[in-house]
Design a binder for this molecule. Structure first.
Ligand SMILES: Cc1ncc(COP(=O)(O)O)c(C=O)c1O
Length: 384
């Protein structure tokens, strides 16, 4: 039997060489490689500022600090997301206001977001779920009309485009993740992109203890031992070995993306004619990063549960997952903010049916065919 894990990182000799060289250079924390990675990332997206941090969670935290989020403020977040999107709001004693998503693409329902805006709303954090962009035009319009900030959670979204424009170079503040499973991986890591020089400078200060400028340079030849702490910051910097990985992954991004795109195409072609499931909707004018490939089981036509499907796939050596358990089902968010399933009908409906299939550049054609065949057989066996 084949073993197809849910994820395998795309780390090759180039990455290993780049990290080894950096280790030999002897700079273990933030340094010249990190700056090189930031510059290359900003150039790739065509934005003036990219500031690296230790994770997307840190990126979201500092982006919210940048817009001056305060106790009692409200921030709209989608129901189908990882806890990080909502948790950063609570760091400020502000309230995450959970908004339903569309059942066919798991992206924030902009009309539901509009209804959730109150005089306390300070920001919206749309999530580009799976690597597909949210509907950015109406979101940008809503943010402008209601005078609220837009901070994009682009943890899944490189390379992602919306009407030909790259995510990261579209909205005012965008947060990326380089977590181990992401499309550009450094193990742990993140980035904030912005057009605003003041915001970039503030994030640079906050990510290293609130030290006023170029704190990392104090151990270089041109640096000085003297520094000033101008506010209480955080320890949120990226490191040079991570950046060395990131630079190679960025260089390979188009090739890695092409490999993901081909797997997605093979899945979509095969599933188009299969009864009993359908993949998430793909919007024609949006370029998908294919971080995740999510299918929705047609439970009404099957005599197998989602759990049964996942178990049977595992018995055939195929790893799957679910992205995500909705916030309204997480005990902390449910109980603290009084969330219940009937208020999020679309997300709840999708959650009961959704499964994420393996999709990563190192999957061979045979691996992909094996997954497709397993799904085909399983559905044939369990069709009502
Ligand atoms: C939608 C979303 N937002 C934020 C994060 C947090 O990213 P990180 O692990 O880099 O902090 C994740 C991580 O999985 C995510 O899926």
């Amino acid at each position: 039997m084949r073993e197809i894990p849910f994820h395998r990182p795309a780390i090759g000799e180039e990455e290993i060489r780049s990290v080894s060289e950096t280790l030999r250079a002897g700079w273990l924390t933030m340094g010249p490689k990190t700056l090189q990675f930031e510059q290359a990332f900003a150039e790739y997206l065509g934005v003036p500022h990219a500031v690296s941090v230790s994770s997307c969670t840190a990126a979201l935290h500092l982006a919210l600090a940048c817009i001056g989020l305060k106790e009692g403020d409200e921030v709209l977040v989608p129901d189908s997301t990882f806890a990080a999107t909502a948790e950063v709001v609570t760091y400020f004693k502000a309230r995450p206001v959970v908004v339903d998503v569309h059942k066919d693409d798991l992206l924030m329902d902009v009309e539901a977001a509009e209804r959730a805006v109150t005089p306390k709303t300070r920001a919206i954090i749309p999530v580009h779920h799976s690597g597909q962009a949210c509907d950015m035009d109406p979101l940008l319009d809503l943010a402008r009309r209601r005078n609220v900030h837009l901070v994009e959670d682009a943890a899944h979204a490189i390379p992602t485009t919306y009407k030909g424009r790259k995510i990261g170079a579209l909205g005012p503040l965008t947060c990326f993740s380089f977590y181990a499973t992401k499309t550009l991986a450094t193990g742990e890591g993140g980035m904030v992109t912005t057009f605003d020089e003041k915001q970039a400078a503030r994030i640079r200060v906050l990510r290293l203890h609130g030290i006023d400028k170029d704190a990392w340079k104090r151990y270089t030849k041109e640096g000085s031992w003297y520094y000033e702490v101008v506010e209480a910051g955080y320890k949120y910097n990226l490191t040079d070995p991570q950046a060395a990985l990131g630079l190679v992954q960025l260089h390979r991004l188009e090739a890695l993306h092409e490999a993901r795109r081909r797997i997605a195409e093979a899945y979509r072609d095969a599933f188009a004619s299969m009864e009993g499931l359908r993949p998430l909707r793909v919007h024609g004018e949006r370029g998908h990063a294919w971080h995740l490939f999510v299918i929705l089981l047609d439970l009404e036509r099957l005599n197998i549960t989602r759990e049964g499907f996942i178990r049977t796939m595992a018995e055939r050596g195929i790893g799957t997952s679910v992205h995500f358990i909705p916030l309204h089902r997480q005990p902390y968010y449910r109980d603290t903010f009084g969330l219940s399933a009937p208020d999020f009908p679309s997300c709840e409906w999708a959650y009961q049916r959704q499964v994420s299939l393996p999709i990563y550049p190192d999957m061979t054609r045979e691996d992909v065919a094996y997954v497709i065949e397993a799904v085909r057989e399983l559905l044939a066996l369990h069709r009502r």
